[in-house]
Design a protein around this ligand. Sequence first.
Ligand code: SF4
Length: 322
Amino acid sequence: MTETILEVKNLEVVYQSKRNILGGVKYVHAVNGVSFKAAKGEILAIAGESGCGKSTIAKTIMKLINPQHGEIIINGQNALNLRKREDLKAYYKNIQMIFQNPYASLNPKMKIGQILREPLEINSDYTKDKIDEIVLKKIHSVGLDETCLNRFPHEFSGGQRQRIAIARALVLEPRIVIADEPVSALDVSIQAQIINLLKQLKDELNLTIIFISHDLSVIKYISDKIAIMYLGEIVEYGKTEEIFNSPEHPYTKALLSSAPELNPDNAGEKIHLKGELPSAENLPSGCKFHTRCPFAFDRCKEEFPEYINFSSEHICKCFLYK
Ligand code: SF4
């Protein structure tokens, strides 16, 4: 049986937007009752259009945002209840993040050696020699060598910087890594190298990776499971192979059919979505996808669909099936 290492339960995040000229406050419902589990050694991808709430989930798990409701369970503890400095230090030893932009996520005034040493100096009692040993091991594990340690971030390319950011995330030997669009700021030729590196490190270290992306071809290659998000909700969840071979939710079908296909014989039926993603300030009633769904009918505007099981790990919210 696979060991669950991270469980998110009923997460709800509402941002308060600035007052408008009439003094009114608006609320942006970024994440609406999201639940999922991630097992040891697996890559769980969270996919969806920009603004669907993927990055908000990542930041909430990293405790950079306080949710209105929900639980984030790691090691049997709800991370949202952790307040003491020593508890937070222990938490961040277990979970680390790789950011989208390797140009902004490394301190330009610090040498790479300092950047990699800092998490160990703050979070461990290791001696200087032990810290040097770990830093060296990690920089090698991401395909760079020790000459990098005495240089500044601006001396590296985007791909090399993202390797350094990965090494920094791994120096504390976390069990979970949140990778928020880790390749979308990189050239296409470099993306494959970073994706392969993450996959290799996941296997070597038995890491759990929450991989956030809007790129379905990357997700298909790297992930074991996928959660498809629409307007702050997971509308379909399952094993990657199952979702790609037999998507059930109309939104998943539309996303998959929008991927470019070079061979017209493999293109299949296209589902074209109507309009833009609605604003999270004014969520549609009923099924939130009804304003764009080509199959919507009256019930979809009035009631919230519940999850339906298609297999033990494949679920989807849609009235077409019940
Ligand atoms: Fe479309 Fe209705 Fe299914 Fe929502 S519940 S995805 S609107 S058919």
